[in-house]
Design a protein around this ligand. Structure first.
Ligand code: BES
Ligand code: ZN
Ligand code: ZN
Length: 504
């Protein structure tokens, strides 16, 4: 993991570092460099700003140059365009953090000094740290030794310059906390990026069990036979076609007052979604290894919980299955009796996520009487059609609750947008032969999927996040420095922030 600390200008050695200097489009004042750099450097950069057009000022543009300092030693300087002074918000600072460390990695420059070209408030430092660290994530576990250049993520060292020491302690604390959350996001990315031949439902369960080491989390795994006995037929049916049996992962973090109703977090973990008998086209089918991202998010959140001592009761439920076609697979036409007694007509075996989530939701509801529920799922292609690949959908039964989640998502720069759940959508999933059917036709697919789920949460405040478009970088993803290729861990930061704020 990258090391990040705050330093006063007189505590850094520039000669072995990449020094980052920010330049605004509409403000040439480099006064913030006073004391940090040799005096003539400021003059030199000022000269350059006036005389050469290559000096980057537009947001995110950058230029490297070498400056010969005292003792003939060179300082590597990265000039970084900041855009307009009044437009530099948290989302942009996060992006800049990512641009800085990506550039440093390219140059294999392990020591970075970030000058205070922005106000070093708690929130600004938090976001630059997020950008600096999240962008260095790399999934290289399966590259054999010769091919891995170096593990830059672990060897990188960043000094963030502050000018006054009044809030140094608070800044050190926020950096520590942010890096814990980033570590949890990277853990979830590692899981979601893992290939489907390795990360079977049993291995997702094993990873959850490894979180128990800290003693702060209890993990229980239900196997296929236990689920059969309990009547968790949604999960059992979807898993029937695979040699890799399904698992139900149940995690508890009990640091709230005893007897306080828990917050329940649920996540879809389909380790591979072929579509089953209603098989998907082969193009890009490999991407369906990411269909476990919702569940991986819940494991990531619990990893963060184990390190952050959040004084709440929280339960996490992750149904994990592989959706395969075979002679033992469930079929279109099957009628399933779900855990809560409702019957479902299966009309498409590719709409499997809602079936496993339905059982997980009603099982958790019955066992834990949660005060509210949030679920994460790569549930529908329709959500990507509706909102694109950079915004997740949020749908639920309680607008106040949804607003709290949206508020947190604005803070973390993970964009979500609410879709409605009007009565009309429920009509679309009525079945002729069972209580409901598992598809609602071609229209409003993200919402009919949510309408289906709402049959399994009673009246408990519930929000469903459809992360089909945002869980990994795909067609239509706008590149963001802090989301390297592959799984993103989208949504983890927003939920950890929400839990920390203790407003639910
Ligand atoms: N895992 C998919 C949804 C998905 C598709 C996520 C593409 C990300 C990218 C889900 O299980 C699924 O296949 N849903 C179907 C539902 C349909 C059959 C009603 C879909 O979206 O096509
Ligand atoms: Zn599917
Ligand atoms: Zn799926």
């Amino acid at each position: 993991m990258v090391k990040i600390s705050v330093k006063n200008y007189n505590q850094v050695d520039l000669t072995n570092s990449l020094l980052v200097i920010g330049i605004y489009e509409d403000n040439n004042d480099l006064g913030y460099l006073n004391n940090l750099t040799p005096l003539d450097l400021q003059e030199k950069i000022n000269d350059m700003i006036i005389t050469i057009p290559e000096v980057p000022k537009k947001f995110g543009k950058n230029l490297l140059f070498l400056y010969k300092g005292d003792n003939d030693k060179y300082i590597r300087i990265l000039l970084l365009g900041l855009g307009k002074y009044n437009e530099l918000d948290h989302n942009k600072i996060r992006q800049l953090g990512g641009i800085i460390s990506t550039k440093a990695k390219e140059l294999q420059s392990e020591n970075i000094v970030v000058s205070n070209f922005y106000k070093t408030t708690i929130k600004n430092v938090e976001t630059i740290v997020e950008g600096l660290s999240l962008s260095l994530y790399e999934f290289n576990k399966y590259k054999s030794n010769g091919e891995i250049k170096s593990n830059f993520f672990d060897s990188c060292n960043v000094d963030i310059i502050i000018f006054d020491e009044s809030n140094q302690l608070e800044l050190e604390q926020i950096i520590k906390k942010t890096l814990i959350i980033v570590q949890s996001v990277c853990y979830a990315r590692d899981l979601a990026n893992s290939p489907p031949n390795i990360l079977t439902p049993a291995e997702v369960a094993n990873s959850a069990l490894s979180l128990e080491d800290t003693d702060k989390i209890k993990v229980k795994i239900l196997d296929k036979y236990q689920m059969e006995n309990l009547g968790l037929n949604g999960i059992i049916s979807v898993g029937k076609g695979s040699e890799n049996p399904p698992k139900l992962i149940i995690m508890e973090h009990n640091q709230g007052a005893p007897g306080d109703k828990p917050i329940m977090l649920v996540g879809k973990a389909v380790t591979f979604d072929t579509g089953g008998i209603s098989i998907k086209p082969s193009e890009k089918m490999d991407e369906m290894k990411f269909d476990k991202s919702g569940g991986c998010n819940i494991l990531g959140i619990f990893k963060a919980l184990s390190m952050l001592n959040i004084p709440l009761n929280i339960v996490g439920i992750v149904p994990s299955v592989e959706n395969m076609p075979s002679s033992s697979a469930y079929r279109p036409g099957d009628i399933l009796k779900m855990y809560n007694g409702k019957t479902v007509e299966v009309l498409n075996t590719d709409a499997e996520g809602r079936l496993i989530l339905a059982d997980a939701l009603s099982y958790g509801l019955e066992r834990y009487s949660p005060k509210c529920i949030i679920d994460f799922a790569t549930l529908t292609g329709a959500c990507i059609i509706a909102l694109g690949a950079n915004v997740a959908g949020i749908i639920g039964n309680n607008d106040d609750f949804i607003q709290k989640i949206i508020h947190s998502s604005v803070e973390t720069g993970e964009k979500i947008w609410q879709l409605p759940l009007f009565d009309e959508y429920y009509d679309l999933i009525k079945s002729n032969v069972a209580n409901i059917k598992n598809i609602g036709g071609r229209t409003g697919g993200a919402i009919t999927a949510a309408a289906f789920l709402s049959h399994f949460v009673d009246d408990v405040p519930w929000a469903h996040l459809d992360i089909a478009g945002t869980a990994w970088t795909q067609d239509g993803t706008i590149e963001k420095s802090y989301n390297p290729k592959g799984a993103t861990g989208f949504g983890i930061r927003m939920i950890v922030k929400l839990l920390e704020s203790n407003i639910l």
